[in-house]
Structures are given as structure tokens and as C-alpha cells.
Design a protein around this ligand. Structure first.
Ligand SMILES: [Zn+2]
Length: 459
């Protein structure tokens, strides 16, 4: 057995229900043993220092001076990156993870860092999507790089403590703020590199053709280091023209596509059909993601079913953004108000890869939000009629293995040889994790303990 940095004992795999021990060495998962195949204890000299995840008062977290924990109140408390770290190259740090479930690091698929925490600057709440875009465009004139970075950090710090180790952010590129969002996001990507991998989408929120100068700025954003080309066909003069431009740009630079699409209740607004066609024409199966896609929820069943099959066939990943979708859609319905969600169950049944994202944290589009992916998972489960234990497992997949498949092209799992990105959450089964969303969590990024939150609440 190779030298371990961490030996995590007694956690539960919430998908299988099996007791599992995990060894971490050199940033990767060195071994995984389920109860059925032995604990692995006999394989190691057990003189390492310890982390006791089960302690309620947090007075002793470990024996290696790693700090963290000891606070109450959840996300705002607990360990920041300082004081945490790897277990070093001596004896392994033994983590008593009894009572915890182990998930692959959580994934935030779709979030806007640059316009987070703007609610307090708003003159009021937005009455619909159009007004939310207009109010935010006005505020955007006052952005500075420092201001964007400060609000972004508030999101990233929370997300990290909740267990996010991979995040895709939409950086707004337009003549109003220029490349400020991109510049800020690139600096944050480096700053947070030891806590999470951040992917950046060059996102033309104000449109491309209706907002002259944006095309050139997108090119520059890609040159600077964008990881994906964004698009928003519902906010431009012609959706097909917009989509064609985005796909050509993605092809030219060898980048994936990440679209905001069909964000309405209008069953006739289905630009997704053109996106499916272009995905196949450009041979980009598996490399296109779409957020919102809510018009499909209003489409006639036969139409929706046919499109869902097309989405699955083209390998397009769908990101439900329920906090924003539920909040801004349905505004035109005076009675029998529609939920305005993408049809999650239909898409899953068609075989599409469905995930979810926070989208916005406390702004005109979404005055709510904590940056905990599980909060969004619960909201989606409640509103998309997904209430069985099997559904709960699926909701966890949507912020782990399904989400990493969408962002990376392959699923990150807790397997020997994989990067040691782990999120341990106090609880056992998938339903308990989703319904209670415990704040007691331990988070490893590439084998380094980056967050450890312990609350004082007794169960
Ligand atoms: Zn968005």
C-alpha cells in the first residue's frame, strides 16, 4: 500500500448505501473499499493523526494543526482554505467519517458571478425577464473589476464550503462593461485554483448583432482564455443568425457551446430545434449545453417528446435553472400560472443528460440563492414532481456525475486513480442529503482538504 495523505473511514456511498473507506494519496483517490470488500484497516499502519467529523462542538477537529471547524451557523462558518491543506507525507490523517456520506465533488453547472449580490442596488424587483435584463444593464455601467471580484468571491467562498469543486461561470461580454467580467473571472480562476476548477463561458448577454462591437469582444475573450462560447438567441435580432454565429465561432476555436435558450413560456419559441440541427451539422454531439429551455415545458406533448428525443440524440446537456425559471416565468398568466420549467422527467425519459444550476444569486433575475447546489436540487425535485428515493439519487447525480459529464465530457466518480475531489456531507441516504441539506461538510480538492464546516445543531 502506498503512503496515504488521508484515510477516510466509515462513510456511506449514498448511491449504493454501502459503508466505504477512501484513501487519498498525491491528489488522487488511492483506494476505495466498500464494506463488502473489507475496510482496508489491516492494510495500513494506523498511527496517523485524526479528524473527527462526528464531533459536534468542533473543539478538536484533528491532531495535525489543520484548524477549520469549530464554528456554528453553517456555510458562513467553518474552515476557510487557510489552515487546511494536505495531510502531508508522514502518517495519513485518519478521518472518522462515521455518519457522513461521500459524494464526488459537487458541480455548479451554470452561475453568473459578475451580477451576483446586486439586489441591494436595485431600485425595485423586476416584473419579468425583459425588465430584469434592462435593470441589470443599467447597473452594469457602474461595474469595476474590483466590485465584480468582491461579489464573485462571496459566491465562490460559499460554493466551496458547500462542496463545489467544479464550477462553470458565465462572464458577460458586451460594449457596456467590455471585458471587465472576463478579466475579473480569469483572475478568480487562478485565485481559486486550489479549491475548485472554474470554467468560463464568454457570454453575450446583450446579444451579438443588436449590440455592435460584441462579436469583436467575444473574439478577444476567447483569446484571453474563455473555455466555452456562450449564446442567447432570445435576446438578439434573429435567433438563427445568432446561433449560426456562435457555432461557427466555437468550431473555429475548438471550444464547446453553452447557450441560454428558450427562456419563456411561449410554446412556439423553440430555438432548440435549430440548436439540435447545428449540433449535428458541426459534429458537436456531447459538446453543447443549454440552460433554461423552459418553452419546451409549454409545448404540446408530441412536440416536446420529439424535441426531447432530438436533444438526447444530439447529446445536448440540459441545465434546468429552477430558481430563476420559476421566479420569472409565468408572469403573463393571470390564472393557471405555469411553472415555467423545462420538462425534466420527459427529458430524462428520452435519455437526455439533465443537470441543474443556481444561475443567479440575489439579483434582478433571482432575488434568492445560497450557492448550495443541493438547495437547487431540492427545489427542482419539488417542482418537477421528482419525489421517490430513486429520484433523490438522480438529483444527486445531477450535481455530480451528470454535471461533470456535461462540463468535462466524462463523469468524475470516487474511483481509484481519479482526482480526489470529494464532498462529505453529514447524512446517509440520498433522500436525507437532499431533503435536509446538512451544512456539516468536508471538502477535498485534488487531495487537499479545503473546507470543513461543523455546526452545533444536535439531531
Ligand atoms: Zn444564466
Amino acid at each position: 500500500m502506498e503512503r496515504l495523505d488521508y484515510w477516510i473511514r466509515g462513510c456511506v456511498d449514498p448511491f449504493s448505501g454501502e459503508r466505504t473507506d477512501i484513501g487519498i494519496s498525491d491528489g488522487t483517490v488511492a483506494y476505495v473499499r466498500s464494506a463488502a470488500s473489507g475496510s482496508g484497516e489491516e492494510r495500513l499502519g494506523m498511527d496517523g493523526s485524526g479528524i473527527d467529523g462526528s464531533r459536534m462542538d468542533g473543539s478538536r477537529i484533528d491532531g495535525s494543526g489543520m484548524g477549520g471547524g469549530g464554528a456554528n451557523g453553517g456555510a458562513g462558518a467553518g474552515g476557510a482554505a487557510e489552515g487546511l491543506g494536505t495531510g502531508g507525507r508522514g502518517s495519513p490523517v485518519v478521518v472518522n467519517a462515521e455518519g457522513y456520506a461521500a459524494l464526488p465533488g459537487l458541480v455548479e453547472t451554470h452561475i453568473h458571478l459578475d451580477k451576483a449580490f446586486l439586489s441591494s442596488r436595485m431600485p425595485g424587483v423586476a416584473s419579468d425577464l425583459k425588465q430584469a435584463i434592462a435593470m441589470t444593464a443599467e447597473l452594469k455601467k457602474t461595474y469595476t473589476k474590483e466590485d465584480i471580484a468582491e461579489r464573485s468571491r462571496r459566491v465562490l467562498d460559499r460554493a466551496s464550503r458547500f462542496g463545489v469543486t467544479l464550477l462553470r461561470a458565465q462572464a458577460e461580454i458586451d460594449p457596456i462593461a467590455g471585458l471587465k467580467s472576463m478579466e475579473s473571472a480569469l483572475e478568480l480562476k487562478r485565485e481559486y485554483a486550489d479549491r475548485m476548477d472554474i470554467q468560463l463561458v464568454a457570454f453575450p448577454q446583450e446579444g451579438i448583432f443588436q449590440s455592435p462591437g460584441t462579436a469583436e469582444l467575444l473574439e478577444e475573450a476567447i483569446r484571453m482564455g474563455a473555455d466555452a462560447v456562450g449564446g442567447i438567441p432570445y435576446n438578439d435580432r434573429d435567433a438563427a443568425e445568432h446561433l449560426g454565429f456562435v457555432f461557427r465561432m466555437a468550431e473555429a476555436h475548438g471550444l464547446p457551446v453553452d447557450l441560454h435558450i428558450d427562456f419563456s413560456d411561449d410554446p412556439d419559441r423553440l430555438d432548440i430545434a435549430e440548436a439540435i440541427r447545428l449540433t449535428k451539422e458541426f459534429g458537436m454531439e456531447g459538446r453543447v449545453a443549454v440552460g433554461h429551455l423552459t418553452s419546451l415545458g409549454s409545448a404540446e406533448p408530441d412536440v416536446a417528446k420529439r424535441i426531447a428525443a432530438g436533444i438526447a440524440d444530439a447529446g445536448i446537456h440540459v441545465f434546468a435553472l429552477p430558481a430563476t425559471d420559476l421566479y420569472l416565468n409565468g408572469r403573463g398568466d393571470e390564472c393557471r400560472v405555469r411553472r415555467g420549467l423545462t420538462p425534466v422527467r420527459l427529458l430524462l425519459e428520452a435519455g437526455a443528460n439533465v443537470c441543474y444550476g443556481s444561475n443567479n444569486i440575489r439579483n434582478a433575475f433571482t432575488p434568492f440563492g445560497t450557492a448550495d447546489p443541493l438547495d437547487i436540487g431540492l427545489l427542482l425535485a419539488q417542482t418537477a414532481h421528482l419525489g421517490t428515493d430513486e429520484d433523490a439519487r438522480r438529483m444527486l447525480e445531477m450535481c455530480t456525475v451528470r454535471a461533470s459529464k456535461a462540463l468535462l465530457g466524462h463523469s468524475l466518480r470516487i474511483r481509484e486513480g481519479m482526482p480526489a475531489d470529494l464532498t462529505l456531507i453529514r447524512g446517509a441516504g440520498a433522500a436525507e442529503l437532499l431533503y435536509e441539506r446538512p451544512r456539516d461538510r468536508m471538502v477535498w480538492k485534488r487531495g487537499r482538504l479545503v473546507a470543513h464546516t461543523v455546526t452545533c445543531m444536535e439531531r
